[in-house]
Design a protein around this ligand. Sequence first.
Ligand code: AHM
Ligand code: MG
Length: 339
Amino acid sequence: MAANYKIKTLTEFIIERQSEYPHAKGALTRLLNDITTAAKIVNREINAAGLVDILGYEGKKNIQGESQKKLDVFANEQFIAALKGGAECCAIASEENEKIISFENEFSEMGKYVIAIDPLDGSSNIEANVSIGTVFSIYRRKTDAGEGGKVEDLLQPGINQVAAGYIIYGSSTMLVYTTGKGVNGFTLDPSVGIFCLSHPDMMFPETGSIYSINEGNYIYLDECIKQYIKYCQKEDKKTKRPYTSRYIGSLVADFHRNLIRGGVFMYPKTKKAPSGKLRLLYECNPIAFIAEQAGGKASDGFNRIMEVEPEALHQRSPLFTGPISMVEKIEEFIRKYKE
Ligand code: AHM
Ligand code: MG
């Protein structure tokens, strides 16, 4: 007997939603399509990572001085190739490249969009078969079409994002994205290679009982964060405390779990990382856009992440994101214990 349900594919969903953007001419649709094509190829390699000799260090360091794994390099190449061939995007900023990659060919130079991307975030988790992700932001270019994209096209505050999303390569592979009209999640059916709508209208629970932070950094944390951690661990039936501590060390996976279950993610500044660890352009901003669209909040402790004016491509920022009430509680602690 035929299955009594109708799946909605990502393509069907995008076409259905296109009427919400009367001026859109399908460019954004094609961009998302290029991104998901690359994601499927990356997914295939990740799934085979334990089988083939692809693990191990590539021998290079990225511009932050961190060792790159082969899969980082592979993912970076795949996303660049997919976007370069698509003619909608005129430049990319990637975690793996010091400078922007400007597409200087007659088609891409007419592209209206630029993309900031971390092609494979949390890649140190690959060896242990732990979830990793891709995170991206899409902006409209500032410079005129007709030339490759420029750095100023990418140095835009998060509020200018046209779309943002992440792909989580986990127990299943999912794409979660927003174009500013809510957040929707699609699970990859690996048998046919199609993303299917599985999590429509994703919203943070109003509050949660999970806190996610690398507590190994405790001695390097500011007093306000130490005090907030103590607050999380204190018993209080009304606020469901003590909270549960959950930390994967993979931003996409930590955020995704907290979005579904209700929890707050923190990567504050520490004595070792005085500006925080995560990058504003291609980690904090896309996550912030999704968080806000899912009814949550993303802050650097004082300011809305999406309003921070970027000055450099690889700029770092503290990040606190989750349900509004939980993020506001952290901000309260930061103000109270201001050092
Ligand atoms: P990466 O871009 O080098 O992979 O690092 C980013 C990752 C995030 O996914 C995660 O939230 C964070 O680093 C974990 O850092 P730490 O190991 O310091 O807790
Ligand atoms: Mg990263």
